[in-house]
Design a protein around this ligand. Structure first.
Ligand code: ADP
Ligand code: MG
Length: 215
C-alpha cells in the first residue's frame, strides 16, 4: 500500500468535489444548529491542500500526514480546524516506523481519533464528527482482527460512516456551538458529522477505483 501518498492529489480533489457538491446542504445543517461557516472553514483547508498537491504526493505517509495536519491547523479555523489538525498530526506521530497495512492503519487511525476526543473533550453520542470517526475506527480494528479483504473493508467503511452520520440526527448536542441550542438540536444531522462522512466516502471511492483499476 505504498501508493497512498501518490494518491493524495486525487483524494484531495475528490474531497473538494464532494464538499462543493454538498455545500448548500451542509451549510443549511450548520445554520440550523451552528453558525453556518463550516463549509467555508473546510474549503479554506481544502484549497490550501490543493495548492500543495504535488509536494504532498512526493512525501512518505508520516511526512504527508504531518504537513496536512499543520496546513489544516493553520487554514481551517473554527472548532473543526484544530480537530482535523490534531487528527492528522497524531496520525503522523503514530505512523512513524510503521509499515502501511490494515492492521497498522487501524491502530494509527484509532490513536488519531483518541487524540481528537481529548482535544474536543468529547465522546461518542455528543452529536459531532466523532460520531462518524469513532465507529469507523472501531470497524477498522474489527476488520484488521478478522483480516477482512480490502475491497470489502472499503465498502463497509463507507456504510459505517453513513450510519454514524445518520445517527447524529436524533442526538442531543452537548459539545461545540450546537450545544447552546440544547433540545432544539434534535432532528438535525450534525454538519461536521456530515462532512466527515462525505470526505471518508470520497477517500474510499478513490481507493476502491485504484484497487479495481487494471495494473
Ligand atoms: P465552529 O463550531 O467553531 O463554527 P465549524 O463550523 O467549522 O466550527 O465546525 C463545527 C463542527 O465541529 C460541528 O458540527 C461538530 O461536528 C464539530 N465539533 C464542534 N465541537 C466539537 C468538539 N468539542 N468535539 C468534537 N467535534 C466538535
Ligand atoms: Mg460553524
Amino acid at each position: 500500500m505504498t501508493f497512498i501518498p501518490a494518491l493524495l492529489p486525487s483524494m484531495i480533489e475528490a474531497i473538494a468535489n464532494i464538499i462543493e457538491k454538498n455545500a448548500e446542504e451542509v451549510t443549511a445543517l450548520d445554520q440550523a444548529i451552528g453558525d453556518g461557516d463550516h463549509v467555508f472553514n473546510l474549503q479554506r483547508g481544502i484549497d490550501a491542500l490543493m495548492a500543495q498537491h504535488d509536494e504532498l504526493s512526493r512525501l512518505d505517509w508520516v511526512a504527508a500526514f504531518q504537513k496536512i495536519g499543520m496546513t489544516l491547523m493553520s487554514s481551517v479555523g473554527g472548532a473543526s480546524g484544530s480537530l482535523y489538525g490534531t487528527l492528522f498530526i497524531t496520525l503522523s506521530k503514530a505512523a512513524r516506523e510503521q509499515p502501511l497495512n490494515l492492521q497498522s492503519f487501524a491502530d494509527i487511525f484509532t490513536q488519531g481519533v483518541d487524540a481528537v476526543k481529548r482535544r474536543g473533550k468529547a465522546e461518542a453520542g455528543e452529536k459531532t464528527l466523532l460520531d462518524v470517526l469513532i465507529p469507523v475506527a472501531d470497524y477498522l480494528r474489527t476488520a484488521a482482527t478478522d483480516s477482512v479483504a480490502l475491497p470489502e473493508v472499503l465498502e463497509n467503511i463507507a456504510r459505517v460512516a453513513v450510519a454514524g452520520m445518520e445517527s447524529t440526527r436524533d442526538m442531543l448536542a452537548t459539545k461545540g456551538r450546537a450545544s447552546y441550542m440544547q433540545e432544539r438540536t434534535r432532528g438535525h444531522i450534525d454538519a461536521g458529522a456530515k462532512t466527515s462522512q462525505l470526505m471518508i466516502c470520497a477517500i474510499v471511492d478513490v481507493l476502491s477505483k485504484k484497487l479495481t483499476a487494471p495494473a
